[in-house]
Design a protein. Structure first.
Length: 333
C-alpha cells in the first residue's frame, strides 16, 4: 500500500516536471558580436549563468531563504530562455541579467513567506535597471511560461524517494536501518550535489529534476555505505521503476558521474579549506557600508504582492550582495 500511494505522487510529480524541460539555448558566441564590442554587448555563455546562480545563492543566503528557491528561479530562467520570448536575452547580457533578477523575484514572491520588494531588487543592481523594467520582465517571463510557476525540485523528489524507502516496513535489514538513522546525512550529501549541479549548465538544461534527484541520492547512499550492495541496489531499482527513470542510460550515467565528482571535491581537505576561505571573504564583503550609502541598502515589503506574508523584511539594515553590474563586467575573464 505504501508503494502504491507514493507511486501515485511520483507519477503526478513526473507528469508535472514535463512542463519545465528546457532546451540547449546557449548561442554560438561568434555569431552575434563584432570583435571590438564591449563585454555587456556580447551574447551570454555558460559562465554568465554560473555567475548569476552564485549571485542568487548569495541573495538567498543573505535573506535566509530556502536554497530550493534558487533552483526554482533557474528553472524559470532556463525555460524562459528556451522560448522565443527569451531570444533577446541570449544576445544581450543586460537582458539576461534582468531576466535572472526577475526570475528570482517571482520565485521568492510565490514560494517564500518573506518577501523582497521590487525596489530592493532593483537597488541590488546598483541602478542598472528601473523598477518598471523589472516588473515588465516579470510579466514577460510569466506569460512565456504560461503561468506554470510550480516546478518540482530535485529536493522534493529526494524527499519522496526517501519516504518510499524508509516507510517500507517490510525491509528491516541492518543496512537499511543504518541508512535510515543517517537520513539527515543522506539529505545533506544530496543537497550539496544538487547545489553544485545547478551551477553547471550541462547538468540542468535538458535534464529532469527527478533524474538529478535520483543520481544525487544514489551517490549519497553509496558514499555513506562505502560500497554497493544488493539491498541498496534493489531499493534504487525500485525507485527507478516507480519514477520511470532509466538509470542505465548514458545520460543518467553521465549525470551521476558528474555529481559524484562533486562529492569527491567536497570531501577533499583542500576543498574544505578553500570553501572556508571563500566564506570568510564573502562575510568581509558583507560588512556594513558607510552611512552615505544607506540609500542603497533598504528593505521593504513588496507592494506588488497581493498575498499577505507571514514575515517581512526590516526596512533598514540590508547590505546588498555584490553589484550585478560589476559582476557582469567580469564575465569574460
Amino acid at each position: 500500500m505504501v508503494y502504491y500511494d507514493y507511486a501515485g505522487t511520483m507519477e503526478a510529480m513526473r507528469s508535472q516536471e514535463k512542463f519545465y524541460i528546457s532546451i540547449d539555448y546557449m548561442p554560438n558566441s561568434s555569431e552575434y558580436f563584432p570583435a571590438k564590442s564591449s563585454v555587456l554587448d556580447r551574447p551570454i555563455d555558460q559562465r554568465c549563468r554560473l555567475r548569476m546562480v552564485d549571485w542568487c545563492f548569495r541573495v538567498i543566503e543573505f535573506f535566509k531563504l530556502s536554497q530550493e528557491t534558487v533552483f526554482i528561479s533557474m528553472t524559470y530562467l532556463d525555460c524562459f530562455m528556451s522560448t522565443t520570448s527569451g531570444s533577446d536575452a541570449k544576445k544581450d547580457r543586460r537582458q539576461f541579467q534582468l531576466a535572472v533578477m526577475a526570475c528570482l523575484y517571482i520565485a521568492v514572491k510565490i514560494h517564500e513567506s518573506t518577501l523582497i520588494a521590487s525596489d530592493v531588487v532593483v537597488k541590488m543592481s546598483n541602478g542598472a535597471y528601473t523598477e518598471q523594467k523589472l516588473l515588465d520582465m516579470e510579466h514577460r517571463i510569466i506569460e512565456a511560461l504560461h503561468w506554470r510557476l510550480n516546478p518540482p525540485t530535485p529536493m522534493a523528489f529526494i524527499r519522496s524517494f526517501l519516504s518510499i524507502i524508509f516507510t517500507d516496513t517490510t525491509d528491516t535489514t541492518t543496512t537499511m536501518k543504518g541508512i535510515s538513522e543517517d537520513k539527515a546525512t543522506v539529505l545533506e550529501l544530496a543537497r550539496r550535489q544538487i547545489k553544485l549541479a545547478l551551477r553547471e549548465y550541462r547538468c540542468c538544461v535538458c535534464t529532469n529534476a527527478s533524474s538529478i534527484a535520483l543520481a544525487a541520492l544514489l551517490n549519497a547512499v553509496q558514499k555513506l555505505t562505502k560500497k554497493d550492495n544488493e539491498i541498496i541496489i534493489s531499493a534504487i531499482n525500485k525507485l527507478a521503476k516507480i519514477s520511470d527513470i532509466d538509470i542505465s542510460s548514458p545520460e543518467f550515467l553521465f549525470l551521476r558521474d558528474r555529481l559524484w565528482s562533486f562529492l569527491i571535491k567536497l570531501s577533499s581537505p583542500e576543498k574544505k579549506k578553500n570553501d572556508h576561505h571563500q566564506v570568510e571573504v564573502s562575510l568581509q564583503k558583507m560588512n556594513p557600508p558607510s552611512s552615505s550609502s544607506l540609500s542603497d541598502k533598504n528593505r521593504a515589503d513588496d507592494a506588488h504582492q497581493s498575498m499577505e506574508p507571514t514575515s517581512t523584511v526590516s526596512p533598514r539594515g540590508i547590505i546588498p550582495p555584490t553589484s550585478l553590474k560589476r559582476k557582469l563586467r567580469g564575465l569574460d575573464k
